[in-house]
Design a protein. Structure first.
Length: 231
């Protein structure tokens, strides 16, 4: 059994992986027996050095840990960045996961969380570039912090509607900005599928209402799992 960890800017998710099965876990709830059954922890982290250190203290000191980084090439997928390690490892793992699930296809891979990242992958495994924009909640926080008389609203992810108050207008505007960017990304390059992950992925899928738009909540874990027994 292996422990897979996705450490983001706002939350950390973990899975136990064995023979193709992912089981969600909470690190603090793992028992001594659970820890003894884990061969190795594989971690993809975009968090600060301090947060990474805090995460490491949650794991047994003797446990082998592999911190993954973006590279120029892995599993037939090529990174477009001139400095490959500068591509966020969450984006890299999402690309590797999407390519494993949908090989030899033209993909737009979207991770909708604190930030919304969009990356294109061609059928030959070439990453052709990507975009980064503020996520739904982040957009609200930025606007509220930069203006004197605007307050954040509780955001409903059921629909996109014209707003009848300033607070609601901020929330609806954030949704419109993200959806508009996604629609532009779909049109920018010829693709066969959109592969979504992240906390706001379900909202984007619902709004696009397209059979070629697929939600894969464990997409980054699929990318992490490819590195098991691969050194």
């Amino acid at each position: 059994m292996h422990l897979l960890i996705d450490q983001g800017n706002s939350r950390t998710k973990a899975c136990l992986y064995k023979e193709g099965v992912f089981t969600d876990v909470v690190l603090s709830e793992l028992t001594p027996t659970d820890w003894q059954s884990i061969k190795q922890a594989l971690i993809g982290s975009v968090a600060s050095a301090e947060q990474r250190q805090q995460l490491r203290t949650l794991l047994p000191a003797t446990m082998p840990v592999r911190w993954l980084r973006s590279s120029a090439q892995a599993f037939g997928i090529s990174n477009s960045y001139q400095q490959p390690e500068k591509l966020g490892v969450d984006r890299w793992l999402a690309l590797l996961g999407a390519a494993a699930l949908y090989p030899k296809q033209r993909l737009l891979v979207i991770d909708a969380g604190t930030a919304v990242t969009m990356d294109w992958l061609d059928a030959d495994g070439q990453h052709t570039g990507g975009w980064i924009l503020a996520g739904l909640q982040t957009q609200q926080r930025i606007l509220v912090s930069a203006t004197a008389q605007v307050e954040a609203a509780t955001m409903s992810l059921q629909s996109l509607l014209p707003a009848t108050s300033t607070t609601a207008a901020v929330a609806e505007g954030a949704k419109a900005a993200v959806l508009g960017a996604v629609q532009q990304a779909i049109q920018l390059q010829r693709i066969e599928r959109v592969v979504l992950t992240g906390g706001d992925g379900a909202f984007i899928q619902q709004q696009l209402n397209n059979n070629a738009v697929l939600l894969e909540p464990k997409l980054i874990f699929y990318g992490l799992a490819r590195f098991i027994d691969n050194n």
